[in-house]
Design a protein around this ligand. Structure first.
Ligand code: CMC
Length: 376
């Protein structure tokens, strides 16, 4: 039979069944294993959410303590991975460092030949713990400072901020980042998760699948957008410049980063929390400039393009006010989404069939082979 229909960008194409994440773009509703993202943002922690994504149920107290302990124990990197980072030019993009070191981590997995679910669950924990360590270690190395050793205690979020600054963050700051991590943990078949599942579908290992995901996340149409948003805010500088900036940008047919979404036609439910956090952080730091500029941009784009802010829009100002260097925004996204990627890879392995779609051929049907000597 022929191929019925082509959908560029696979828009609305259902490519797999999954029990992990339900996303309703019309209602603006997002759930992980049926639990509403708003409940998770209000009551959960990144660790608990990661456990939920991996196992399909919330952990008991004992299970939560166990997974937290396993994450703590997996934070340190093999010293040769740190040596490898020292070989890279300081200008290397943190996402490229993440991609390269995760690839190299496979070589340091002692039970790489163990393909059991238990071994893959251990890898999911190892990779989740490793991503923030890689990111923050690289940040020190490129600035020619001694890397800060990861903490053996505390949350994923608190450890990340500790490794960034060398100081334990206050409870408010650590909680703010924790909520941002919960909100980024999974999002159905986004481009990077799909890339991970396509790779896992060939029975390639978890490292290879995560490298594919990191690569896909790095692009400005996906995870790279948060970094571009803060660069735009810095270019605009103050609220009174918003209108003229956007007028010019839209006249040049530029895409405004942090707006639009393939699935949501309403507000992105994650943006609701991040907007409130951006305001709260502005109030706490006494500098509401980033929040107010963001609000003005949001109103203008809604009015002139009918587009809503997505998860990347307000996370940009939130991360900036948390003191996170701009080009670490996407690695921080990765340090959360790794929980979703690995959950999807586990689900793919558990019920695997090679993912191999078709292309609708629209090229010439017959082309004559002209020998090289006869080509002009
Ligand atoms: N700025 C200006 N116009 C836009 C934007 C935008 N950010 N997004 C969509 N449009 C317009 C687009 O030009 C098109 O209009 P027209 O039909 O007149 O040409 C219409 O809206 C539909 O756009 P599309 O490209 O067909 O939509 P898509 O589903 O292919 O793209 C998207 C989705 C997220 C890639 C896109 O909205 C975009 O480029 N946004 C900016 C980048 C961004 O913020 N990415 C983060 C996405 S959410 C989280 C994540 O993945 O990290």
């Amino acid at each position: 039979g022929g191929i019925a229909m082509t959908t560029e960008g696979l828009e609305d194409v259902v490519a797999t069944t999954s029990r992990i994440c339900d996303l309703d773009g019309k209602l603006g509703k997002l759930t992980y294993y049926g639990i509403d993202i708003h409940d998770l943002a209000r009551h959960s922690s990144f660790e608990e959410t990661a456990y939920l994504l991996w196992h399909g149920v919330l952990p008991t107290k004992t299970q939560l303590a166990e997974v937290e302990q396993q994450l703590h124990a997996s934070r340190a990197l093999p010293s040769r991975i740190i040596d490898l980072m020292h070989l890279l030019p300081p200008s290397t993009s943190p996402m490229d460092v993440l991609r390269t070191t995760v690839s190299a981590l496979a070589a340091f997995d002692d039970d790489l030949n163990d393909k059991s679910t238990a071994a893959d669950e251990r890898r999911a924990i190892r990779l989740t713990a490793a991503l923030p360590t890689i990111t923050m270690t690289w940040n020190s190395i490129r600035e020619k400072r001694n890397p800060v050793e990861p903490l053996q205690t505390g949350t994923h979020a608190a450890n990340m901020l500790y490794m960034l600054t060398g100081k334990e963050p206050d409870a408010y700051t650590a909680h703010a980042l924790d909520v941002a991590l919960i909100l980024h943990a999974d999002h159905e078949l986004n481009a990077s998760t799909f890339a991970a599942r396509v790779t896992a579908g060939t029975k390639a290992d978890m490292y290879a699948s995560v490298v594919a995901a990191i690569s896909a996340l790095s692009g400005p149409l996906h995870g790279g957008a948060n970094e571009q948003v803060i660069r735009m805010l810095l270019r605009i500088g103050e609220v009174r410049n918003v209108e003229s900036y956007l007028e010019d940008a839209l006249a040049r047919k530029e895409r405004i980063m942090g707006f639009g979404h393939r699935v949501y036609r309403t507000e992105d439910p994650r943006a609701t929390h991040l907007r409130a956090m951006s305001q709260e952080l502005g109030e706490r730091t006494g500098d509401l400039r980033w929040y107010e500029m963001s609000r003005a941009i949001e109103e203008y784009i809604k009015e002139h393009k009918g587009l809503n802010a997505n998860v990347d829009f307000y996370s940009a100002s939130v991360y900036y006010m948390l003191g996170i260097p701009i080009d670490l925004d996407t690695p921080i996204f990765a340090s959360s989404r790794i929980s979703g990627w690995t959950a999807h890879i586990l689900e793919q392995y558990a019920n695997n069939r090679l993912i191999r779609p078709r292309a609708e051929y629209v090229g010439a049907k017959v082309t004559e082979y002209v020998p090289l000597e006869q080509r002009g």
